[in-house]
Design a protein around this ligand. Structure first.
Ligand SMILES: Nc1ncnc2c1ncn2[C@@H]1O[C@H](COP(=O)(O)OP(=O)(O)OP(=O)(O)O)[C@@H](O)[C@H]1O
Ligand SMILES: [Mg+2]
Length: 372
């Protein structure tokens, strides 16, 4: 089992409130990512779950047991940090064995010479060897067991660190930005390895990242945290396509979602930039914000389509996609539109017409709440 419940967690450092009445239920075996901008309290929350930091109020419940007063070492969780936390002077094998020996051997069995003569040690050594081998096979590091961390690549080191956490067969893995030290290509590779590992272990993973691409690609559900509050807990596609507030919509998605000032008539019809949305919305407000992702805007040559004019000020060519940064009239804010290379490159300074996919446009109150 590996269910973890957080109930009304509050945490302050001095006068800084870091977590505010945060509640979260993590299901057994799920891959939950905790995402949010830097400083929003992700690491603090993870440390509270692990027992490395004490909350001011609220409860941490692991497998139906309140662990508020249970020490970190007794919570049966494995932490994997950004820095690998491997002993540099020990081989990978020794790094993997050490937590098991500390857990399983008695004081006498741990003694260097005398320990060898204790009969029970032999049996325990065998089961530790088996577990180390099984883990190293799963992580494909068997060939590396006799090397020291300094003789490994970043990705191999990260796998060894995972192995060290895995051998203890914890109830859940808590990972705090474990991939952020790796280069871009390796990070993408390790993402798929971690997903596969999760599929084969079926253990609960709680994964902290401020990289929303990691969250979108790996998780069963993602918890979006901003300023110490949980704003949305949903599947990645729900969070991306159906954000509950403008803050979530703006945090998830790269490049960032575009927003436009809009006027609402009493019948619920919405107009922005001279375009009237095909759908009506339910609100009493007269002003609101229309939000459209760059891929739902289009540079169009069709003069029958409702569109607004803008000038291309910069283009970001990513090979498969081109993002055009365009300027509308005198307004300061730039808008980003996705184009495809097949449509031909548009030069800086060119004036274009921009239309949108009406079904994908979202509406938010100026305070940020979603209007449906
Ligand atoms: N021990 C501490 N003493 C005082 N303030 C702290 C302490 N630990 C964290 N904080 C503050 O609490 C807030 C949340 O920190 P936390 O490390 O949880 O953020 P985070 O979401 O993990 O950010 P990042 O993505 O940058 O790692 C920050 O404002 C930080 O400065
Ligand atoms: Mg952190």
């Amino acid at each position: 089992m590996g269910t973890i419940s957080l109930k009304n967690i509050n945490k302050s450092f001095g006068s800084t409130e870091v977590l505010k009445q945060l509640s979260l239920d993590i299901q057994d075996g799920e891959f939950l990512t905790l995402v949010g901008p830097s400083g929003c309290g992700k690491s603090t929350l993870l440390k509270i779950i692990a027992g490395l930091e004490q909350q001011n109020s609220g409860d941490v419940i692991i497998d139906d047991k309140n662990v508020n007063s249970t020490r970190a070492s007794k919570r049966d969780l494995a932490m994997v940090f950004q820095s690998y936390a491997l002993y540099p002077h020990l081989t990978v094998r020794k790094n993997l064995e050490t937590p098991l020996k500390l857990r399983d051997y008695s004081f006498v069995e741990r003694l260097p010479l005398v320990g060898n003569f204790v009969p029970s040690r032999k049996e325990k050594k065998k089961s530790i060897d088996d577990l180390v081998f099984k883990t190293s096979e799963t992580l494909k590091i068997t060939e590396l067991l006799d090397r020291k961390p300094g003789q490994l690549s970043g990705g191999q080191r990260q796998r060894a660190a995972l192995g060290r956490a895995m051998v203890r067969e914890p109830v859940a893995f808590l990972m705090d930005e474990p991939l952020s030290n790796l280069d871009a290509a390796l990070r993408v590779h390790m993402r798929s390895e971690l997903s596969e590992l999760h599929n084969s272990l079926k253990t609960t993973f709680i994964y902290v990242t401020h990289d929303q691409a990691e969250a979108l690609t790996m998780s069963t559900r993602m918890a979006v945290m901003i300023d110490g509050e949980l704003l949305q807990l949903d599947t990645p596609s729900e969070v991306y396509n159906n954000p509950s507030s403008l803050r979530v919509a703006e945090f998830v998605g790269s490049p960032k979602i575009n927003t436009f000032a809009a006027q609402i008539s009493s019948d619920g019809s919405v107009e922005f930039m001279g375009i009237k949305l095909e759908r009506k919305f339910n609100t009493n407000s007269q002003k609101a914000l229309v939000a459209v992702r760059p891929e739902h805007l289009e540079i169009t040559k069709d003069s029958n389509k409702p569109a607004f004019e803008a000038t291309v000020s910069y283009r970001e060519n990513l090979g498969s996609d081109i993002f055009y940064h365009v300027q509308v009239d005198q307004s300061e804010s730039k808008i980003i539109v996705r184009g495809s290379p097949q449509a031909g490159l548009i030069s800086n300074g060119e004036t274009v017409r921009i239309s949108l996919s009406h079904a994908e446009a979202m509406l938010f109150e100026t305070s940020g709440e979603r209007i449906r």
